[in-house]
Design a protein around this ligand. Structure first.
Ligand code: BYC
Length: 472
């Protein structure tokens, strides 16, 4: 195991002290990051003690260290997974050649662009979630929100390390720009659509951590295959942190659904909203929204960029080793393409379909959580089923952008869409309703907001009523 240095200003397992220039550059970036954190990080809780997990090393148990920390004092560090000895490129035109430890000149721009795009999502999500602490449903949830936030901050560090260590001056400029763009800002927005969407309520937060963080998982899995070894090692370590974020989303929605379904079982004729709960059609509309905008994050169905990334070994498929053909020059991928008002099946050359291949794996993974939520509803004897809408529904990027489709994938005319829209996507009334039931923070240890069930257990052996966030 690579040794860890935590006594330095920047904890790391990349021998930062042996590269003075890089160390100095990162130490100059560090105060700017902290200032960004204080300005744009969680509103209102910067001086609280939070029961947080901190990465202190990259081996399987050493990094899961728990203690009370004030968020601005969190030890954001640089951790790469251990190198795989003699690693070779696993796909594309250069398959079998040694993986790169340095950036090849001909791939410099494309790699920088991928790293910047990945890096940009991390602070974006912290900005989006900035106000949520003020309306938390419990201390347990508040702590989970902050855990997600500090780890997104660390993921930004992971990308900034790559920019500083491998891209010279333009890398340093990109690292600054990552602290300058702002989620939702009209003049200087974040790069990808979903990361500019407002996130004002906790149902959105749970949907985001379930659906959007899962895009993160799949993009990181694809980048973990990269021929650029430092990117592969960085993203492999990031994936270990990502799992908790998706757990927060999956169990968060599950607890909302459990609370509502139990009420529907006990009081069949009472509208859940009339007693301050979240009705299941609203949950469905939030699924429709967050799932569809997360699908957009995979890029166009047919993409020459994706083909190029694959050919040159920059970005593979999730779990590339599970495929037989790693060159993908011959195969095709069937997709439904809109033509003259109809949908026709088309066989698209595999390399240009790589975004769609990744999206298909993602959709399959998303379905598992929906099945669990439905099991909870069925156990309460409630006849309601949540579904994932078709991947054509509500898309703003790719083949289906600008067209309208029903959740089952049927084409809709503009007039039909206009008529159905309020049934299918969150409305102003939904947002106002959620705002009304989430108008204050629930901060007594062990207490839960009315609209959500308690979690089955607490964090790392602590009880649910543990004081996960406290003022000293
Ligand atoms: N919004 O060839 P195309 C995470 C642009 S999440 C706006 O189809 P490509 C996290 C695209 O830039 C994971 N614009 O796309 C989760 C291109 O622009 P140009 C983040 C978009 O390049 C939760 C044009 O449309 N990681 O980690 O194949 C919390 C044509 O695009 C969007 C990554 O994304 C969009 N949604 O694929 C915290 C991995 N989509 O060239 C963190 C790195 C596309 O016409 N990024 N465009 O100016 C990539 O691999 C690729 O950039 C994308 C796009 C998959 C995103």
């Amino acid at each position: 195991m690579t040794s860890i240095v935590t006594s330095e200003k920047i904890p790391n397992n990349v021998s930062l002290a042996s590269d003075r220039r890089l160390q100095r550059a990162l130490e100059e970036w560090q105060p700017n990051f902290r200032q960004w954190w204080v300005e744009m990080g969680p509103d209102g809780f910067q001086q609280h003690d939070v029961w947080l997990r901190t990465a202190i090393s990259a081996d399987s148990d050493g990094w899961a260290h728990f203690d009370y920390v004030k968020m601005p004092d969190y030890r954001w560090g640089i951790f790469l997974a251990d190198p795989v000895p003699d690693r070779t490129i696993g796909f594309g035109d250069d398959m079998g050649k040694p993986a790169w430890q340095e950036v090849p000149g001909e791939h410099r721009n494309a790699l920088r662009r991928l790293i910047v795009t990945q890096g940009d999502t991390e602070p974006a999500s912290v900005e989006q979630q900035r106000q949520l602490g003020l309306t938390c449903p419990s201390l347990y949830d508040l702590r989970n929100l902050f855990q997600v936030n500090v780890e997104e901050g660390r993921h930004l560090w992971a990308m900034v390390y790559l920019l500083h260590s491998h891209f010279g001056r333009d890398g340093r400029e990109e690292a600054e720009a990552l602290l300058e763009r702002r989620s939702g800002n009209a003049d200087n927005p974040r790069i990808l659509g979903a990361f500019n969407a407002p996130m004002l309520d906790w149902l959105s937060f749970f949907m985001f951590t379930y659906f959007t963080d899962r895009d993160g998982k799949y993009q990181l899995l694809a980048l973990a295959e990269s021929a650029f070894d430092p990117l592969s090692r960085t993203t492999r370590f990031m994936l270990t942190e990502e799992a908790h974020h998706m757990f927060v989303g999956e169990t968060g929605v599950q607890r909302v659904v459990e609370r509502t379904a139990q009420h529907m079982r006990d009081q069949k004729d009472v509208d859940p909203r009339s007693i301050g709960l979240i009705d299941l059609p609203t949950v469905q509309r939030y699924i429709n929204y967050w799932f569809s905008i997360s699908l957009d994050l995979f890029g166009g169905e047919i993409s020459s960029n994706a083909a190029q990334y694959f050919a040159s070994g920059l970005k593979g498929r999730a779990h590339e080793d599970r495929y037989e053909d790693h060159v993908a020059l011959d195969g095709t991928f069937e997709m439904m393409v809109p033509k003259d008002g109809a949908l026709v099946s088309e066989a698209v050359p595999m390399r240009t379909a790589m975004n769609e291949v990744l999206r298909a794996s993602y959709i399959e993974d998303c379905q598992r959580g929906v099945d669990k939520w439905n099991k909870t509803i069925a156990e309460a004897g409630v006849p309601f089923e949540l579904t994932l809408p078709s991947s054509r529904f509500n898309r703003q990027v790719g083949l289906y952008a600008g067209l309208h489709f029903a959740p089952d994938g049927r084409p809709l005319s503009q007039a039909q869409w206009d008529e159905k829209r309020t049934e299918l996507l969150p409305t102003e009334a939904d947002r106002a309703y959620l705002g009304s039931i989430m108008s204050r923070a629930v901060t007594e240890p062990g207490k839960m907001a009315h609209w959500i069930a308690a979690p089955k257990k607490g964090i790392k052996g602590k009880p649910v009523e543990f004081e996960y966030v406290r003022h000293d």
